[in-house]
Structures are given as structure tokens and as C-alpha cells.
Design a protein around this ligand. Structure first.
Ligand SMILES: [Zn+2]
Length: 428
């Protein structure tokens, strides 16, 4: 990536600069804006088949595009309180996604401050078995998970406008696999962070504090070569950090790392120490197999081997008994007893603390790796914690509810400042 240290910070892109590209580019490589020039990265590769920058609109014939606006979804209320809008084939063929999603969101609610809990619970999640859009004779298949910030993309793609301000899983099988790189909840946490950015940060997507932090981080070069856990065990396990795609991804990526206040034994281990030393345990079976094969190979080459931390699923097992004093072992045993009870209560479901897919993986690592960004993200989350959700009945009571609720009394009108929650009129 081209560094432009000392260059003037470019302005935040205007939301009116709308080109028909997807609203949250969680799979598309984006441009890195360097002053007035644009540098296109060809190294960030979340999904190689989609490594294209759709910076200009394909000349689509709208009438010939797949019409996804009439797809029916069945609302399913999860135990965590969130409504999942499911395609019927999801309910028949992939019910396990609901169980995983419920667990992930419950973990997210433990990570997020209570100020956004009502917001999280009213955010709908649309779940597809498969999804494609575009020209009927040349459809584009999507597999990722995304947050819909605005309605214009949905209208352009001939999708349902009521998906605005919600999250969509385009391929539930893919979600079940991909979430393992974040050790569970981190993936859906990333998407919730996009919407928290839009609604709970001062000035929403136009927050200048975040934008300036993103520009500084980009200029620092600290994210040009970051470890990524889905590439563990391969010859090349580093890439430009996904946080560098744009300021929105910077917020979500840094936030997942910041909220992952776990795996403290890795806090001081820098990315330069290598994946084996600094990564939380892996859960994706393909990555595990690859890492195990590599370990065997290296064991054969020299007797030293590699640290086996990544082969262990439970974080507590990362610390070896030899290094622990008797009372640490006693406390650990005690903790395991409580965990066992908790596990029995949850019918044996295994939970693993989430982390980020790209380095820094955890809060402690973010603090050590990039103190400046850590302080800004930390301050922004303090602001999120103080956010007063205008649609949270616990704060305002149902009389204050906008949109679907009954009209706000005129007597209270002066108390209500305009917010991002004021919905545009429904399309005809
Ligand atoms: Zn994202």
C-alpha cells in the first residue's frame, strides 16, 4: 500500500456519492484513497472470486435483473430476542444456523454496552441459503454477510427495501464456516458494529474522530502486513489488514478486537512473533488440519517443533501446568467446575471467547500494537455506552416511539431532537 505520511487528511466521502456498489463491501477490495489519487489493492483477498473493485456501475438493464424484492421470509424470534427473517429452505436444510446465531448474538450482548442492547434486539437478520443478483443471464452469487446501511443499494439490486438497517447472511452454510475464524461471535459482532457506527456514534457514519484515526492508522503502515487466521498454516499468512479497506471497516475491525477482551496471555505477544505464538486457538477444521500437518512436517525437520497453543480449543489450556503454582492450578480447577456446571446448563454447547480474524486479534494486542487507535476506539465505545437510544422503551417509554409506534405527544416534541432513526417515507 502506498503511504502518504504527512498528506492532508481527505474529507469523509459524502453519502450522496452513490454508485451502484454494495453498501458494505465485506468481500470487495476497495480503493485506498491517497490524497487525490486512488490506489487499488490487489492483495486483500477475502474471497478471491470477488476481487474486483466495482467503482463504476456496470451498464445493467434493470428490467433484465433478477427480482429479489418478492422473496418471502419467515420471521423467527430467537431466544436472544432478535428476529431472524428466514427463507423457508433455510428452515428445512440449515436450521443449525439459528442455533449458532442465537449463541453468537447472546455473546455479542455480553460484549456490547447495555445502551445498545435494545437496538441489537430490534435489528433483523435476513438469512438465505443462497443468494444471487444482477443480470438473469449472468447472475452474481454472494456468500458473505453484510450490513445494509441504506436503501439505494437494495432498490438498485431489486431487493426488498425493508432490509435497510439490518444484517443479511447471503449463504448460511458459509456463515457457519466463516464464523469459526472469529471463534464464533466475532463475525456477527463485526456487522452489528457497522450499524452501531451509523446510529450510536455522534454524527453517525460522518464521525470525524473515527475518520482521523483511520487516516492515521493507514499512514502508520502498521496494518500493511497483518496476520490473518484463515491463512494459518500456509506459506503466506499475512495480508493488508481488512481494517484498511475503508473507515467503516476500520471501525468494525478495531471494535471486534477491542471488544475481545480475552486471551490475556497473548496481550504482549506481537504480530512479529508469528501466528503460532500470537493467535488465539483455531476452530475452523480446515485451518486446524493445515496447522497440524505443518506441525508434523516441522517436527520431522527439527525436534523443536512449534508451539502447540493453536491446536487447543479451550483458551485456558493455553497455559501449561508446569508454569502454574499450586494455587493457580487450584483456582483453575475451581473455575473449570463452574464452567462445567454452566456447560451442563447450556446442554453441552461449547462457547469459545471471540477474537478478530486479522491481527490484532484481541484488545490487549490492539493496545500494544497501535496505542493511538486503541485510545480513539476506546473513547468512541465510551460514547456508545452513553448513547440514549431514542427507540428504547426503557428510557423513553412507548409514547416516545417513532415510526411504528403511536404518534409522539406534542407536549414531548421539543424534547426529541431529530435522530437518524427518523425513517424516510416508505416507497410506494
Ligand atoms: Zn464489514
Amino acid at each position: 500500500m502506498v503511504s502518504d505520511a504527512g498528506a492532508k487528511i481527505p474529507p469523509i466521502p459524502s453519502s450522496s456519492d452513490k454508485t451502484p456498489v454494495e453498501d458494505d463491501k465485506d468481500y470487495v477490495v476497495s480503493e485506498h484513497i491517497d490524497g487525490d489519487s486512488t490506489v487499488v489493492s490487489d492483495t486483500v483477498s477475502f474471497m478471491p472470486v470477488d476481487i474486483k473493485v466495482m467503482s463504476s456501475a456496470p451498464d445493467y438493464n434493470h428490467a433484465q435483473m433478477i427480482d429479489n424484492s418478492r422473496i418471502n421470509y419467515v420471521p423467527i424470534k430467537l431466544r436472544c430476542g432478535v428476529v431472524a427473517m428466514c427463507r423457508t429452505n433455510v428452515l428445512i436444510l440449515c436450521r443449525s444456523v439459528l442455533k449458532a446465531l442465537n449463541e453468537d448474538i447472546k455473546q455479542c450482548l455480553e460484549l456490547f454496552p447495555s445502551s445498545v442492547h435494545a437496538f441489537i434486539k430490534r435489528t433483523r437478520i435476513w438469512i438465505n441459503l443462497t443468494y444471487s443478483y444482477g443480470q438473469r443471464d449472468n447472475p452474481r452469487l454472494l456468500k458473505h454477510t453484510t450490513a445494509h446501511h441504506a436503501v439505494w443499494w437494495l432498490n438498485w439490486a431489486r431487493d426488498r427495501p425493508d432490509k435497510m438497517h439490518s444484517i443479511e447472511i447471503y449463504d448460511c452454510w458459509e456463515y457457519l464456516q466463516m464464523r469459526l475464524h472469529w471463534n464464533g461471535a466475532g463475525l456477527i459482532c463485526h456487522e452489528f458494529c457497522h450499524l452501531i457506527h451509523q446510529f450510536a456514534l455522534p454524527n453517525g457514519l460522518g464521525n470525524t474522530q473515527l475518520w482521523q484515526a483511520y487516516c492515521k492508522a493507514r499512514e502508520s503502515g502498521l496494518y500493511d502486513k497483518a496476520l490473518r487466521r484463515d491463512w494459518a498454516g500456509t506459506d503466506c499468512d499475512t495480508d493488508i489488514a481488512y481494517a484498511m479497506v475503508d473507515y467503516k471497516e476500520f471501525w468494525s475491525e478495531m471494535s471486534v478486537a477491542y471488544l475481545s477482551d480475552t486471551y490475556h496471555h497473548l496481550d504482549k505477544v506481537g504480530g512479529h512473533a508469528g501466528m503460532d505464538a500470537c493467535s488465539p486457538p483455531f476452530r475452523h477444521p480446515v485451518v486446524l488440519e493445515r496447522v497440524q500437518k505443518r506441525q508434523v512436517q516441522q517436527d520431522m525437520e527439527d525436534d523443536k517443533g512449534i508451539p502447540r497453543r493453536q491446536l487447543v480449543v479451550a483458551a485456558s489450556a493455553a497455559e501449561t501446568n508446569e508454569k502454574m503454582s499450586w494455587w493457580e492450578r487450584f483456582l483453575r480447577r475451581l473455575r473449570e467446575c463452574f464452567i462445567s456446571k454452566d456447560r451442563r446448563r447450556r446442554k453441552g454447547q461449547h462457547r469459545c471467547p471471540p477474537c478478530n480474524k486479522f491481527y490484532p486479534f484481541t484488545r490487549g494486542q490492539l493496545r500494544e500494537h497501535d496505542k493511538g487507535s486503541f485510545l480513539v476506539i476506546s473513547d468512541l465505545w465510551r460514547q456508545v455506552a452513553q448513547w440514549e437510544d431514542p427507540m428504547d422503551d426503557r428510557i423513553c417509554g412507548p409514547g416516545f416511539r417513532r415510526g411504528g409506534g403511536r404518534p409522539v405527544s406534542d407536549a414531548f416534541a421539543p424534547l426529541l431532537a431529530p435522530t437518524d432513526f427518523q425513517q424516510p417515507p416508505e416507497p410506494p
